[in-house]
Each structure stands twice: as structure tokens, then as C-alpha cells.
Design a protein around this ligand. Structure first.
Ligand code: CAA
Length: 291
């Protein structure tokens, strides 16, 4: 089917990035959230990120204006009924996602493709609670969405081939590259990335290295653009912990046990950049290690 209108549910870091890339690629975007403040903040963020692309000569001011004009916002799930593709990018909690799908599905046309940007939750299980498991897929973007090339495509057990092919074409139309993953806990990227981040936290916890030396070692020793602790702060320590718990519970292997220090940071509310403190303190001019 041809896809022209896209709904994005959740106006957070991922949702605004997804809305940004779809609008820039010519899709009409409807951004939904339960908070008007979150919607306003997302539109302002998209504007800033597009402006950054204008100032670096990646796009023209006209292209930016056209992209902004294609984005509309709504707080009502019922308004999403006429869209061709829905991308759920709400909080990474299964109960929240299930509740959204339950409220949304009665408003959708039968042919609408329903997807989740979940970074770790079972696509088959999410799909099974909807009226369209064959038209349901995992559609996993990386952060920051406007910059990262990859999109993970995850088929649930019931996903049909036309749905998969449609999403593959959508990924290409965004100028991004798809990698297909089977529906097992945390798929490919987070199955590999999160244990590495968790191991970096253990390395800190056991005193093998300081925040500074761990990040320096991995940046300069393995050419990663960010050190693992800096990256954890960027992703959000609550998200990192949630994904480790999905791996630990879903694969029942002690090698995935979350580091107690990661749990402690999350319990303190030190969730990384978004709360101003994590493995680094971001409240001053430059980030300062907190250990
Ligand atoms: N919107 C638009 N453009 C953006 C942007 C945004 N939000 N953020 C950065 N950019 C652009 C900049 O304009 C710049 O563009 P040019 O190269 O054209 O000049 C480019 O990205 C690089 O940005 P900066 O120069 O500001 O900063 P940098 O060189 O330090 O790079 C980074 C920043 C791209 C984030 C880089 O540090 C990086 O790649 N980090 C690793 C990110 C990563 O691993 N992401 C995946 C996380 S895992 C995940 O997302 C999955 C999950 O489920 C948890």
C-alpha cells in the first residue's frame, strides 16, 4: 500500500526525531501525546534540529519550512484514524503501550500498519493484543534519529510479507538503512550494546577504572564516537536498566544481571542528560564525572 500520512505517538526524544525525519522526507505527520506541553516542546525541538541542518548547509530554509508545515499535533488518539502508518514511541513500559493500542485500534482503518519503536519488548506479544497482528511490526529507530543511519525492522510471529515490504520501502524513502532482526529480547542492537554498557558500569563499580578512564579507553581504543558511560547518559539510565531487565527476564541468564550501581543511579533519579546528572553532571558549562 502507498503510505503518505504517518502518526507518531509520544513526543519525547524518539518521537520528535521520528516526526522530524518523516516530515523532511515528504510525509504528512501527525504527532500525538497526552501532554500539550510535550507536543509544544517537541515542535520547538524539531525546529531547532532542522535549523541546525540549515546552518550546516544540509538542507535549505525552504525545505525546513516545508517540513515544519507538514507536522500537525493532536492530543486525541481518535484523530489518528485516517493515517496509513502508526509509529508508537511512548514510554518504554509494556502496560503503557498496551493501553495505547487498546484505545487506538477501534479508530484505525483495517489497512493501517501499526508499529512500535520499542527497543526491547516482544513484538509478538504487543501484536497479539491488537486486532491486526499480521500488520504489526517493530520499527526501531536509533537516537539521535535525524543522524543515525540504521532502522531495525522486527517481524512478530504473525507479521505478513506485504507489511514487511512496505516498511522496507519506507525506510529507503527516509534515506536510511534497514537491518532485520528476529523477535527475541532486545533484538540486535540492544542485545549487544546494553551488555557492553552494563559491563562498563561493572568496570566502574569494581574500581577497574574511573568514569573518565573508561570512556577515554573505549573512545580512543575502539573508535566509538562516545564512551559507554557517556552513551548511557545520552540514552537514559532508566532505559538502559529497563532493557537489561528485559534481557535478564527474557533470556533467564545471569550474564545479563543489571549492575547494582546502574540500579542505584536510577533509584537516585540520576538518569543521565535528561535529568542533568548521571555518570556525568551536566549542570555546569562542561560535563563533570560524578565518580
Ligand atoms: N538533529 C539533527 N542533527 C543532529 C542532531 C539532531 N538531534 N544531533 C546531532 N546532529 C548532527 C550535527 O548537526 C552534526 O552534523 P554534521 O556532521 O553535518 O555537521 C552531526 O550530527 C554531528 O553532531 P555534533 O558535531 O554536534 O556532535 P558529535 O560529532 O559529537 O556527534 C553524535 C554527535 C552523532 C550523537 C555522536 O556522538 C554519535 O554518533 N554518538 C553515538 C550515538 C549512538 O550510539 N546512538 C545509538 C544509541 S542506541 C539507540 O538509540 C537504541 C536504543 O534503543 C537505546
Amino acid at each position: 500500500m502507498s503510505i503518505q500520512t504517518v502518526s507518531v505517538i509520544g513526543a519525547g526524544q524518539m518521537g520528535n526525531g521520528i516526526a522530524h525525519v518523516f516530515a523532511l522526507s515528504g510525509y504528512d505527520v501527525l504527532l500525538n501525546d497526552i501532554s500539550q506541553d510535550a507536543l509544544n516542546a517537541a515542535v520547538a525541538q524539531i525546529d531547532r534540529n532542522l535549523e541546525r541542518q540549515v546552518s550546516r548547509d544540509k538542507i535549505s530554509a525552504e525545505i525546513k519550512a516545508a517540513a515544519m508545515s507538514r507536522i500537525r499535533t493532536t492530543m486525541k488518539l481518535a484523530d489518528l484514524g485516517q493515517t496509513d502508518l502508526v509509529i508508537e514511541a511512548a514510554t518504554e513500559r509494556e502496560s503503557v503501550k498496551q493501553a495505547i493500542f487498546e484505545d487506538l485500534v477501534p479508530h484505525l482503518r483495517p489497512e493501517t500498519i501499526l508499529t512500535s519503536n520499542t527497543s526491547s519488548i516482544s513484538i509478538t506479544r504487543l501484536a497479539s493484543r491488537t486486532d491486526r497482528p499480521e500488520k504489526f511490526m517493530g520499527f526501531h529507530f536509533m537516537n539521535p534519529v535525524p543522524v543515525m543511519q540504521l532502522v531495525e525492522l522486527i517481524r512478530g510471529i504473525a507479521t505478513d510479507e506485504p507489511t514487511y515490504k512496505s516498511l522496507l520501502a519506507v525506510v529507503e524513502s527516509l534515506g536510511k538503512t534497514a537491518a532485520s532482526a528476529e523477535d527475541f529480547p532486545a533484538f540486535i542492537v540492544n542485545r549487544i550494546l546494553m551488555p557492553m554498557i552494563n559491563e562498563a558500569v561493572y568496570t566502574l563499580y569494581e574500581g577497574v577504572g574511573s568514569v573518565d578512564s573508561i570512556d577515554k579507553a573505549m573512545k580512543l581504543g575502539t573508535n566509538h564516537p562516545m564512551g559507554p558511560l557517556e552513551l548511557a547518559d545520552f540514552i537514559g539510565l532508566d532505559t538502559c536498566l529497563a532493557i537489561m531487565n528485559v534481557l535478564h527476564d527474557g533470556l533467564a541468564d545471569t550474564k545479563y544481571r543489571p549492575c547494582p550501581l546502574l540500579t542505584k543511579y536510577v533509584e537516585a533519579g540520576w538518569l543521565g542528560r535528561k535529568t542533568g546528572r548521571g555518570f556525568y553532571d551536566y549542570r555546569g558549562e562542561t560535563p563533570v564525572p560524578t565518580r
